[in-house]
Design a protein around this ligand. Structure first.
Ligand code: ASP
Length: 309
């Protein structure tokens, strides 16, 4: 059996250790494990990296603990606008959606854009119209309500600030979600899904659905899924930058990811992290914040789940 591997994240940010109780930590870890196991099982059965990352992200979207699908943060208008993207490293096909609402699993809609449309990125009403034609599962606004997210929004609602889905003083939970995988056929894929940033302006789109910024996959190099302050990740073209450092500078996966997260993105003021897998199944998960919800499983090894450094 060829080597295969998968990694997932549930967001990076300033997690204040004191705010994390044992039971909360256990709940986060259980959700991360459910996600990584679901993706791993697909790879183990010979399934594709694209199916594995879509499935792993779907599980995280269904958990209210993370800022994607159920549990998405509130916009400045008190709504939920979600972004997601998926990329297949075997053929560099990609699908992305932005500014969508009422879709239970945005990552599944991004997959449909990749598979069933001529386009890569659909936004707003056009994406919603496409969703209807694809029989994607919809839910009403109440499905996305979460008391903690609401409280986070209330704290900064009448200010101009917008933030990662945690507040530095009182962090509870946060987390754009993502997955990267290498399958038994040597193909890599990446998927990322988010509710964005708390109190973001109506119409704001982050890095998560932007191919090359928050998400990227190329069999020649690696697959990457990012989390952090999207504005910086867009300007840093972070996901592609990791791939380019491997392709054009001969860096290893770890060197490339480390250079981008702990140097280049920091230089422009960006906080966050990423997960990446290369075409040999190596995994790296650097972050320049206090923590990042994450898990990995390389075939023949144990599953690893972690939150802090
Ligand atoms: N990158 C996401 C965004 O800017 C936020 C996050 O990673 O939590 O929309």
């Amino acid at each position: 059996m060829n080597k295969f591997s998968i990694a997932i994240h549930g967001g990076a940010g300033t997690l204040v250790k004191g705010m994390m109780t044992t039971s909360k930590e256990a709940a986060y870890k259980a959700s991360l494990e459910a996600s990584i196991n679901a993706g791993y099982e697909i790879l183990q059965n010979g399934g594709s990296a694209v199916d594995a990352v879509e499935k792993a992200v779907t599980v995280l979207e269904d958990s209210p603990l993370f800022n994607a699908g159920k549990g998405s943060v509130f916009t400045a208008d008190g709504a939920h606008e979600m972004d997601a993207s998926i990329m297949d490293g075997s053929n560099k096909e990609a699908g992305a959606v932005g500014l969508i609402s009422g879709i239970k699993n945005p990552i599944q809609l991004a997959r449909k854009v990749m598979d069933n449309s001529e386009h890569v990125f659909l936004g707003g009403d056009g994406a919603m119209e496409f969703a209807k034609s694809q029989n994607v599962k919809t839910v009403d606004e109440a499905y996305f309500f979460d008391q903690l997210r609401y409280d986070q929004w209330q704290e900064i609602k009448d200010t101009d600030s917008f933030q990662l889905d945690h507040s530095k003083s009182k962090d509870h939970k946060f987390g754009t979600v993502g997955a990267v995988a290498l399958d038994q056929n040597g193909n890599v894929a990446a998927a990322t899904s988010t509710g964005g940033m708390t109190n973001k302006r109506f119409g704001r789109i982050g890095d998560s659905p932007m191919i090359g910024s928050g998400n990227y996959a190329n069999n020649k190099t690696c697959a990457v899924s990012c989390t952090g302050s999207g504005e910086f990740f867009i300007r840093g073209v972070v996901a592609y930058e990791v791939s380019a450092l491997i392709e054009f500078k001969g860096c290893t996966l770890e060197e490339a990811a480390n250079e981008v997260i702990n140097k280049r993105i920091l230089e422009i003021g960006g906080d966050g992290g990423l997960i990446a897998v290369d075409s040999e199944g190596n995994i790296t998960m650097p972050f320049n914040t206090e923590g990042m919800y994450r898990a990995q499983h390389i075939s023949g090894q144990e599953t690893q789940v972690a939150i802090y450094k």
